[in-house]
Design a binder for this molecule. Structure first.
Ligand SMILES: [Zn+2]
Length: 320
């Protein structure tokens, strides 16, 4: 019998672990969205209650001069200056990098989500709500904004795990890594055990990480042996959907890392190459990501050319 590309991929226990861990992140994101939306609205209301002059009746007088760029923001009107001060007061990373470029300050008086973006990582300027954000964006918000009263060490541990998942060029994690991840994600979710939706997701994640996965092919129940109580059965399309979403996030992450020069160009090249080989070997996934791969490769090539030119100029200077 010929195994599908998906079945072959899942034969690798470490790849299966990677997809399972990623699936947990997607579930985590899903269960945090409503909670975050409500909390961000409450946070915005609290600020306006304490300082009514920041509310919707005020407006930015600086227009384009009050536009932040990346980590830089020099507000030119009194309203934006006061908002900046207020945001810094609540920012747990006020002495580090803040991606002001995510925000449109003129919307702060009336749009709670615009306020939330000041507490999130770069690259989120066009996101209009928590439903458009990935897990790390929501976790960073919880970590960076003091409105969220939670043991921050637990958030940071989950963020670290998420980064290890997304930065794994092989797209593999070991079973002991997965066990460790389970402990950390559940310890984080336990902080929200009073919220039924989050508690339900926590139980689902526990089951997902404890049980084995098997592909259920309709009409062929014998493929993975008899049904078992220790397995979760998913259809091919359910698993593919999870893989697609993870790969899309991974590609976006690689692009943001390359663009922000967060990792050396050699690392970017390694990621691009590994992804190319993976997608070539897995044509069922590959065709969906042509556009993202092209964007990443173009950026990498362009960056290489600029670096080569700079190196050339440097050498020329040595002779002058
Ligand atoms: Zn302004």
């Amino acid at each position: 019998m010929v195994l599908s590309e998906l079945a072959l991929r899942l034969n690798s226990a470490e790849y299966k672990n990677w997809v399972k861990a990623g699936h947990c992140l997607l579930l985590l994101r899903g269960c945090l969205q409503d909670f975050i939306r409500a909390e961000v609205e409450a946070f915005h209301r609290l600020i306006l209650a304490a300082t009514p002059s920041l509310g919707p009746r005020a407006s930015c007088l600086g227009s384009v001069r009050c536009t932040p760029r990346a980590r830089q923001f020099q507000p030119q009107c009194q309203l934006c200056t006061e908002w900046k001060r207020e945001i810094l007061k609540h920012h747990t990373n006020r002495n580090g990098d803040i991606y002001w470029g995510n925000c449109k300050p003129e919307r702060w008086p009336f749009d709670p989500w615009e306020l939330a973006k000041a507490f999130m990582p770069r690259g989120l300027a066009d996101k209009k709500g928590p439903e458009e954000c990935d897990a790390v964006a929501l976790l960073s918000l919880i970590n960076s904004c003091d409105h969220f009263r939670i043991d921050r060490k637990k958030v940071i541990e989950v963020i670290k795990c998420r980064n290890e998942i997304m930065h794994s060029s092989e797209m593999k994690v070991s079973s002991s890594w997965l066990q460790d991840f389970q402990m950390k994600i559940q310890s984080f979710l336990n902080e929200f055990r009073n919220i039924p939706e989050i508690a339900a997701t926590s139980a689902r994640i526990e089951k997902l990480l404890t049980f084995d996965w098997a592909v259920h092919i309709p009409g062929d129940d014998q493929l993975d042996g008899p049904k078992s109580d220790t397995k979760i059965y998913l259809s091919e399309s359910e698993i593919s959907e999870i893989e697609m979403e993870l790969l899309r996030e991974k590609l976006q992450e690689s692009y943001l890392q390359a663009e922000g020069q967060a990792i050396p160009p050699e690392e970017v090249a390694k990621h691009v190459e590994a992804m190319k080989i993976f997608l070539k070997n897995n044509k069922d996934l590959g065709s969906s990501f042509e556009e993202e791969m092209q964007k990443l490769e173009d950026f990498h090539l362009q960056h290489q050319t600029v670096r080569a030119e700079e190196a050339g100029k440097g050498r020329l200077k040595e002779f002058l």
